[in-house]
Design a protein around this ligand. Structure first.
Ligand SMILES: [Zn+2]
Ligand SMILES: [Zn+2]
Length: 132
């Protein structure tokens, strides 16, 4: 069983999950832009039962972004620990790729979504199917 790990910038919160994951999504929507502060976001989608917080759960603050989505972040440094997206990925946790410890092939982006909202300078990758 392969275990992947993640941690926030200050190191207070740590988490892990095991493979195989559901998918890795590169999202160009305006929601993700605001939540992550980046021109697009790459999210690792993991079945909830394969994920656990191994340290610092008491440091996590939950922000309810809308009716079905929330962002749980480290209260100390602001790093996204996990997000929930009940609309597109019920039963899964959504993890920011950039906060993980390793970048193995399994974690490479698989699909691109909301590409109609993408920033003008972002080039789509031909080998990642666009799901709109
Ligand atoms: Zn932190
Ligand atoms: Zn998005």
């Amino acid at each position: 069983m392969t275990i992947e790990k993640g941690s926030c910038h200050c190191g207070a919160v740590r988490w892990e999950f095991f493979l195989p994951i559901k998918t890795v999504v590169k999202c160009h929507c305006s929601n993700c832009r605001k939540l992550q502060g980046s021109d697009y976001s790459t999210w690792v989608v993991v079945p909830g039962e394969q994920y656990s917080i191994t340290q610092g759960s008491e440091k996590i603050t939950k922000y309810q972004a809308n009716e079905k989505s929330s962002k749980n972040f480290c209260s100390n440094c602001g790093t996204a620990v996990f997000l929930s997206n009940g609309k597109h990925f019920p039963g899964n946790v959504v993890l920011a790729l950039g906060a993980l410890e390793s970048y193995s092939e399994e974690l490479s982006p698989k699909i691109q979504v909301y590409t109609s909202n993408k920033a003008e300078w972002v080039r789509l990758h031909d080998d990642e199917p666009v799901i709109s």
